[in-house]
Design a protein. Structure first.
Length: 217
């Protein structure tokens, strides 16, 4: 990770202000969102075994473009979750037939599982402590044989980024810690690519929930 900040109190303040920043900047962030679908190769891996009409959770969906839009176009049953109500209002205007839920991934409890869960540009806004608590909860929403795709950081640490010119918080655990948490949650890490040059430098974590013996048969 790059651009570290040494002031712990400032980092703590920023970690608490992420939601408010996205609420203020929802329209500006949405206008500036890259819609080239540079994410496509990873999205295709995440839904590779999802049947037509299968369920996909877009965790941190923003305004629904381009990820939810692409998933809907592929014929998947999409549920979008975001903690910023203004983002969801944008998504609902675009795709009124999809399910949009105001929720925080740290307390996520949707009462169902999904064939794939995708958290692009969202999970890494949690503090390291919050990530350790949230990852098993998120994993619980992945159905047997389903995959989880997250953007994380390449190494343990905290940095800052920007949203419409405002500074925002980012953090990551070490790759081995992510793998250990997922293994305890019944998932196996299929791939971890730090700063993927073919994906504008994003760091990707792809994991899969182990299938039961009955499902394998």
């Amino acid at each position: 990770m790059s651009n570290p900040m040494s002031d712990a109190s400032e980092m703590a303040r920023l970690s608490r202000s992420v939601r408010a920043t996205y609420e203020r900047q929802a329209e500006a962030w949405d206008r500036a969102r890259n819609r080239s679908l540079f994410e496509r190769a990873w999205l295709e891996r995440a839904v590779a075994d999802v049947p037509p009409g299968g369920s996909v959770l877009d965790l941190g969906c923003g305004g629904g473009e381009p990820i939810a839009s692409w998933l809907i176009a592929q014929g998947y049953d999409v549920t979008g979750v975001d903690f910023a109500a203004p983002m969801l209002r944008i998504a609902k205007r675009r795709f009124p037939d999809a399910r949009w839920v105001l929720a925080d991934m740290t307390t996520l409890s949707l009462g169902c599982s999904f064939d794939a869960v995708i958290g692009w540009g969202s999970f890494f806004h949690l503090t390291q402590q919050a990530q350790r608590a949230a990852l098993p909860r998120i994993a619980d929403h992945v159905a047997e044989g389903g995959r989880l795709l997250l953007t994380v950081g390449p190494a343990d640490g905290e940095i800052t980024g920007t949203v419409a010119g405002e500074t925002v918080y980012h953090s990551s655990l070490a790759p081995d810690e992510y793998k250990a948490i997922l293994e305890t949650a019944g998932m196996q890490c299929e791939d971890f690519v730090p700063e993927d040059p073919e994906c504008t430098g994003h760091t990707l974590l792809l994991a899969r929930r182990k299938a039961s013996a009955r499902q394998k048969d």
